[in-house]
Design a protein around this ligand. Structure first.
Ligand code: PLP
Length: 354
């Protein structure tokens, strides 16, 4: 498929690397493509970043048929640009799409379009340590129709946002709050899809956590409210004794690309990694008998997010005395080194753009 290009009349000023936050600044161009049952995916184009005009009855606004991805492009020391595991993200986008009754994308074509867009916007990629270009592919239902069914037409777009270092003031452990009044997703629901409604569903409990002075919610399973699922919008890991333990993919947890990278990397170091059910009670027992060494989250935005404190049913426990543990630190450093090309990539995770 040919990708049309429309040049912008005027380009924006670039922010200083040091002034970058997360998700507030967008580049000059975006990729767009439309779907209809007659034409399939068509009208692939790179054009100036700008508003999407929509009829107020557009289905995505009413029924939430919307999926997205999040990945990053990195500038290496030698000035080349690389993506981290983009095929895994595109595969997951298609998996989310199947769950939401949306048409699949041609992964190869989309990767080519993504590379082309990133190449055009290469000067937007910051180079300070820890900074990167965040990539947000999204699909939305576009039929102008009020009535519940899946849409017949869709828009796929990719926008790019230069982002600052996630830990500009250092790699500080966060405090997390375990809720037994709210759940993020249940087995048989859409928890395994990166779909808008899951995030809307997480807001209320997250605001309660903030009011209590905690950064994130630790979600328990939606059936028994007993087993650990995820933290905020990250997967979670526990060092218990000499084992790295993470909840198994149980049909409500989102299968993170970073989660999989952590598992593969830790195994390559000879660590014992176990994917299984973990109850919150087991975590408290491990804390009490001294075997709970570290807790950390994993996700594209933060890479690794150490947890220093957990509160469950009124009892707060401190992890590793609120310090960053050695496993979290080693995983963080090695993943970053692979992403920024300063370390060998024996896994074939990185994909060059230029
Ligand atoms: C995106 C996401 C993650 C992390 O996935 P990565 O592919 O590692 O970025 C974990 N949990 C939820 C709910 C998510 O939306």
């Amino acid at each position: 498929m040919e990708i049309a290009f429309t040049k912008a009349d005027k380009l924006k000023d670039h922010p200083e690397d040091s002034a970058l936050g997360f998700g507030t600044c967008f580049t000059d161009y975006m990729f767009n493509m439309d779907y209809s049952p007659e034409k399939g995916w068509h009208n692939a184009r790179i054009e100036p970043y700008g508003p999407i005009q929509m009829d107020p009855s557009t289905m995505v606004l009413h029924y939430g048929q919307s999926i997205f991805e999040g990945l990053k492009a990195y500038k290496t020391k030698s000035g080349t640009i690389q993506l981290f595991r983009p095929n895994d993200n595109l595969q997951r986008l298609n998996r989310s799409g199947r769950m939401l009754c949306m048409p699949e994308l041609d992964q190869k074509m989309v990767l080519k379009a993504l590379k082309e867009l990133v190449k055009i916007e290469k000067d937007w990629i910051p180079s300070e340590p820890g900074t990167s270009l965040y990539i947000r592919p999204t699909i939305i239902a576009t039929d102008p129709y009020v009535g519940l069914r899946s849409s017949h037409t869709y828009r796929f777009f990719i926008i790019l946002s230069p982002v600052g270092a996630y830990y500009p003031e250092g790699f500080d452990p966060v405090k997390i709050w375990v809720t037994t009044d709210h759940v993020r997703a249940v087995r048989g629901g859409v928890g395994t899809a990166k779909t808008a409604g899951n995030y809307a569903a997480s807001l209320f409990a997250t605001e309660l956590a903030h009011k209590e002075g905690y950064t994130q919610v630790l979600w328990l399973d939606g059936v028994e409210l007993k087993y650990i699922e995820e933290v905020g919008s990250m997967n979670i890991f526990f060092m218990i004794g000499d084992e790295l333990v993470t909840p198994e993919l149980n049909r409500s947890i989102l299968a993170g690309v970073t989660r999989d990278s952590v598992i593969q990397l830790a195994k390559s170091w000879g660590m014992k990694v176990v994917e299984r059910k973990i109850s919150i009670d087991e975590i408290y027992e491990a804390h009490d008998n001294g075997t709970l060494k570290e807790v950390f989250g994993s996700g594209t935005a933060a890479v690794i997010s150490p947890v220093g404190m957990i509160k469950f049913k009124g009892r707060e426990i401190s992890i590793a005395d609120g310090e960053v543990g050695p496993v979290a630190a080693k995983l963080f450093n090695e993943l970053m080194a692979i992403q920024y090309g300063s370390s060998e990539d024996p896994f074939g995770w990185t994909v060059p753009v230029i």
